[in-house]
Write a protein that binds this ligand. Structure first.
Ligand SMILES: Cc1cc2nc3c(=O)[nH]c(=O)nc-3n(C[C@H](O)[C@H](O)[C@H](O)COP(=O)(O)OP(=O)(O)OC[C@H]3O[C@@H](n4cnc5c(N)ncnc54)[C@H](O)[C@@H]3O)c2cc1C
Length: 502
């Protein structure tokens, strides 16, 4: 009897992530944790970090790191701050934020990257360092990434490619996506220093007289000090940085240089305001600085990129896992592009006010300071934007009023929500005693119960936003919502992928 040769295994779904900055690392970890094969291509040699750069991790990012079991460990690396003082008189009390992490964590970017890299490796993401991407092509079946490693050229095929390769993104260029915008500030000086006279442990921004400065404690004896003067502008990032220049800026902005000494890192930095008009071109997606670049005011660059990654990861995993249609990927742009635009707008406004020079600009700054200080709704909105907890996503017409909202952490009858989210699945939160059988969907759905007597069921997405809600329990409505978001029960992956393709 002749036996027919075994049919070849279908290739595993595979994503190539270009760039091992914070955005690429988080995305790679999420994809790998969801069982998707992921290869990260990074032009830096292994072990060479992105240096200090970003220093603030905001509340929403901490919540999302909590949903990956990393928040406490990261918090231990830095200094927590509960109040921001922007322009002297405007204190933002973040200790009362409705969040499990009502604080700003000041820690160097490399600490964030260290934890995210470890997690991605633990889940099996493959890293190829010293590997520069110089082209990406796509067709209806997948992408082909052109790479150069130690002078040798080769290609790598995958289902999707994500450009997390920073502001000068090669992937963005290869996808033909423009990056319109303009340069807003040049020659911002940044340094990590020790201070002989340490101020109060808070993050302060002060400006006036054609200069502004900011200061934040890392908690290990070092402080991030930075600043800008009107006279110093227009120098390229490569211009040598003079410690005396930073000392004099700090003195102008704060009235003292705090006796700064022992520099462990110093850089000159410029910032553009740019945004890609599309975060997706077929099988190529953009995330982080590759998709948006904004002013450093508010310290949102890294935070926004990490939140992009969280939004994209579960969607790519769902599409490649065969339980969501490919159109789900369009919601990545629909949800994250407006957030990027809002960050551009608010951080740009704050920067322009910090740089205020002529009488009209100075008057506007005084007015904004007064409004933020005296109008609670404006203050709440500003703090929601800076910390990231104020953003919600658009809801479809007719949806429950809460759909699209960020869901804060909350107790469950057995634990708490952000612990449950560590499974990387949807969490269906049912009223006490209500039942729902997750059979056939255990790989994408967790069922939990409220600890109180409220009757409202909620379906929380893996990224901690509300997918569906109702005011009372109705089993059929719950099944319909769960099916809409997580697909039918017992979906054989291969069949589902065919369904999606057809
Ligand atoms: C000096 C400085 C100070 C900053 N300070 C702050 C701050 O205080 N607060 C804040 O929020 N943000 C700050 N930022 C911005 C913040 O660092 C970025 O927003 C953040 O790093 C974005 O992360 P990312 O992963 O999207 O991109 P990146 O961190 O830029 O990572 C992109 C990665 O892609 C790799 N790469 C690029 N091209 C290729 C290619 N063709 N092939 C392979 N690999 C490639 C790069 O080597 C890099 O590792 C600062 C930036 C700089 C430069």
């Amino acid at each position: 009897m002749t036996s027919s040769p075994p049919s070849p295994e279908p290739p595993a779904p595979h994503v190539v992530v270009v760039g091992a900055g914070p955005t690429g690392l988080l995305l790679a970890g999420d994809l790998a944790a969801a069982g998707i094969a992921v290869t990260v291509l990074e032009k830096r040699p292994e072990g060479v970090s992105n240096l200090s750069r970003a220093f603030g991790v905001h509340a929403r990012t901490l919540e999302l790191l909590d949903a990956r079991g990393l928040a406490d460990e990261l918090i231990a690396t830095g200094q927590t701050v509960e109040e921001l003082r922007l322009f002297g008189s405007v204190p933002f009390d973040i200790s009362r934020l409705p969040s499990h992490h009502p604080l700003l964590l000041v820690t160097p970017q490399y600490e964030v990257e260290r934890l995210l890299l470890r997690r991605a490796l633990q889940h099996g993401a493959v890293f190829r360092h010293d590997t520069e991407v110089h082209g990406v092509e796509q067709d209806s079946d997948g992408v082909t990434v052109s790479i150069r490693t130690a002078g040798a050229e080769s290609t790598l095929g995958a289902d999707y490619a994500v450009g997390a390769d920073g502001v000068r993104s090669t992937v963005r260029a290869a996808a033909g996506i423009p990056f319109p915008g303009r340069s807003v500030i040049r020659s911002v000086l940044l340094a990590d220093v020790k201070l002989a006279r340490e101020p109060q442990l808070t993050v302060r921004v002060e400006g006036g007289g054609g200069a502004f400065g900011f200061i934040a404690p890392f908690g290990d004896g070092y402080w991030r000090v930075g600043g800008w003067t009107r006279e110093g502008r227009d120098l390229p990032d490569s211009a040598p940085v003079d410690f005396e220049e930073l000392r004099s800026i700090t003195e102008r902005a704060f009235g003292t240089d705090y006796g700064m000494h022992d520099v462990r890192w110093i850089a000159r930095y410029h910032s553009d305001e740019r945004q890609a008009p599309r975060y997706r071109a077929g099988r190529i997606l953009l995330a982080g600085d590759a998709a948006h670049q904004h002013s450093p005011a508010g310290g949102q660059g890294m935070n926004t990129g990490l939140q992009d990654a969280v939004n994209l990861g579960w969607k790519l995993a769902a599409v490649l896992g065969g339980w969501a249609p490919e159109s789900l990927l369009d919601s990545y742009h629909a949800e994250r592009h407006p957030v990027g635009r809002a960050v551009l707008r608010s951080s740009g406004l704050n920067l322009r006010l910090a740089m205020a020079h002529n009488p009209a600009e100075v008057a506007l700054r005084l007015l904004r300071t007064w409004v933020v200080k005296h109008v609670p709704a404006v203050s709440r909105r500003a703090i929601g934007e800076i910390t990231g907890i104020g953003y919600r996503y658009p809801a479809p017409k007719g949806a429950h009023r809460s759909v699209g909202e960020r869901v804060p952490d909350q107790p469950l009858s057995d634990g708490r929500l952000y612990r449950a989210l560590r499974a990387g699945k949807f969490v269906l939160v049912l009223p006490k005693g209500a039942e729902f059988d997750p059979a056939g969907r255990e790989d994408r759905l967790l069922v939990a119960h409220r600890p109180d007597d409220r009757p409202a069921p909620r379906l929380v997405r893996p990224d901690g936003y509300l997918a569906w809600a109702a005011d009372r329990m109705d089993g059929d409505a719950v099944e319909a919502a769960v099916r809409q978001w997580t697909g039918p029960r017992s979906l054989a992956s291969a069949n589902a992928r065919e369904e999606v393709a057809s």
